[in-house]
Design a binder for this molecule. Structure first.
Ligand code: MCA
Ligand code: AMP
Length: 505
């Protein structure tokens, strides 16, 4: 097994001038440009003194250079660590201290914070990449040679670490190997029948599995052009869809597309495939999209800890309300709380196994062991059922997790921060149904019986959290109450809170 980059590059078109990235301003990066630019950056990374296995962290906006940085890290044998630009100092400190990258690439506007965080974590090199794809990273790479011999890697060598927050409040770095990513890329490329001439409309962020691995890997492996947009925008998507054949998005994208008056069958006539994932696609969205466009969205299911596990079929029945069938090479089983297999149709814990399933959590061997069964199945923390004909439906989550607009928010992290505020006795964070984001982060806070408690307001709590947390994690509402509902064991009954505060409730 070789470097994942070599697998991807084997799919690059023969004509190195063929377009790889087409930008909003009409500018184009050819496949040759990608190869040369990633060569220069790989040479720079090596020249800085990083060695294979070292981490390269990036907290940058979505630009061609950001994607090229990922490819360069792969080529040089480094372990890539993408970080959401929305993360604040508190979050970045943790990731840098935990992963100890040799190089951290930040945005110039975040330089002061990044420098302090990098100093504290002992990161040797800090370079900048701005929102136009320029900066000291690019300047430093400019004198480097375009040619770079991609470093050989073994299948189990790490290619990336992606942090997923944890139910305990502490983030875990999911270690993904070259083989994990390669096998999933190839499987999805084949299962979704990528074909010559496909053009991917790419509007997802590239700091998560969906945008970086699922979307980019399929396109690169196919030698396809990507209409590479900085972010999702429904109006812009409608303008670009006539030039694309494949679109991938989280359910919020489909909800917003349906609200746009221009979404008609004619507007998406050339499309071959619409894929949805990262959060549950409501049946009404699935049905409305089909009625309006004639296209049946293909829903799939996966996790940072292994990429995609299941997918509705390309040619067979795409069944609304399900996430389809186990992908080739991935096994899925449903077990009860004692680990016994559930019958078809019965709801239980979803477990998966396959070469795509991650290596473990970075420097957390015990956490890793706890998330696998003795016979090697990964416990997803999702709950669902397999139909007699093999379709998986997800009915809930055993893990305490809110998914808002396709982004994960772990209540424990927010609760810990709220509980630390003066005047707060305790708090519970829940997800409530939300028309746009699917779920909305909501906090229920109990005041202390003292002047600090009496002075607490929703606005004050939100203001205190804003500086500390990525904005997408901020509660959309904070409710102040006298007590939280508890069961006989003393556990907070979040289901009761969800009922009480849900919009329809
Ligand atoms: C932005 N905001 C959000 C979210 N995004 N609030 C809640 N949930 C969100 N997801 C807040 C911002 O902090 C800001 O708040 C305000 O909304 C406007 O920000 P803006 O950036 O303009 O919002 P937007 O452009 O409308 O973004 C919403 C979005 C975006 C398009 C839904 O979040 C998005 O692209 N999500 C996709 C994420 C994704 O790629 N997930 C895949 C993960 P304020 O005004 O207070 O500052 S991979 C995964 O889950 C697995 C492996 C899988 O199966 O794929
Ligand atoms: P992440 O930790 O960002 O990788 O998010 C993974 C989680 O997203 C899974 O464990 C599921 O709870 C959820 N998820 C992903 N795809 C789907 C889907 N199609 N339907 C329901 N939940 C999904």
């Amino acid at each position: 097994m070789s470097n994942l980059y070599s697998l991807l590059a084997a799919g690059f078109p023969e004509d190195s001038q063929a377009a790889c990235l087409i930008l909003p301003d009409g500018g184009t990066w050819s496949y040759g440009d990608i190869e040369r630019a990633s060569g220069r950056l790989a040479n720079l990374i090596v020249a800085l003194g990083l060695r294979p296995g070292d981490r390269v962290a990036a907290q940058v906006e979505k630009t061609p250079a950001a994607l090229v940085l990922y490819l360069a890290a792969l080529r040089a044998g480094m372990v890539f660590l993408p970080l959401n630009p929305a993360y604040r100092r508190h979050e970045i400190d943790y990731f840098l201290a935990d992963a100890k990258p040799g190089l951290f690439v930040c945005r110039p506007q975040a330089r002061a914070l990044a420098a302090a965080a990098a100093r504290q974590a002992g990161v040797a090199h800090l370079l900048e990449l701005d929102d136009a794809g320029r900066g000291s990273l690019i300047d430093a790479a400019a004198p480097q040679a375009d040619d770079f011999k991609t470093v050989a890697r073994r299948g189990d060598d790490l290619a990336a670490i992606l942090y997923t927050s944890g139910t305990t409040g502490r983030s875990k770095g999911a270690m993904l190997s070259h083989a994990n990513l390669a096998v999933n890329a190839q499987t999805l490329h084949d299962y979704w029948r990528f074909e010559p001439g496909d053009v991917l409309l790419h509007m997802l962020p590239i700091f998560h599995v969906h945008g970086l691995f699922v979307a980019c890997h399929c396109a690169l492996l196919n030698g396809s052009a990507m209409l590479f947009e900085p972010k999702f925008d429904a109006r812009r998507a409608l303008a670009l869809l006539p030039h694309a054949t494949v679109f991938m998005g989280v359910p919020t994208y489909y909800v917003r597309l349906l609200q746009a008056p221009g979404l008609t069958a004619a507007a998406v006539r050339h499309m071959r495939l619409f894929v949805s994932g990262s959060a549950p696609l409501l049946r009404e969205t699935f049905d409305a999209f089909r009625a309006r466009t004639g296209h049946t969205i293909l829903e799939r299911y996966g996790m940072t800890e292994g990429g995609m596990f299941t997918s509705n079929p390309y040619a067979g029945e795409r069944r609304g309300g399900t996430v389809g069938l186990p992908l080739p090479g991935t096994a899925v089983r449903i077990v009860d709380d004692k680990g016994m297999a559930c019958a078809a149709g019965a709801i239980g814990n979803i477990q998966v196994k396959g070469d795509n399933v991650f290596v473990g959590y970075w420097q957390m061997p015990e956490k890793t062991r706890a998330e696998f069964t003795a016979d090697g199945w990964f416990k997803t923390g999702d709950v669902g059922a397999l139909s007699a004909d093999g379709y998986l439906s997800i009915s809930g989550r055993a893990k305490d997790l809110v998914i808002s607009g396709g982004l994960n928010v772990y209540p424990k992290e927010i609760e810990d921060m709220i509980d630390a505020l003066p005047g707060v006795a305790e708090s519970a964070v829940i997800g409530l149904p939300h028309a746009d984001f699917g779920e909305a982060v909501t906090a229920v806070v109990v005041r202390q019986q003292n002047p600090a408690g009496a002075a607490l307001t929703e606005a004050a709590i939100l203001a205190a959290l804003r500086g500390e947390l990525a904005a997408f994690k901020l509660p959309k509402r904070v409710h102040l109450v006298d007590a939280l509902p508890r069961n006989a064991m003393g556990k907070v009954q979040k289901n009761v809170l969800r009922e009480q505060y849900s919009p329809a409730g």
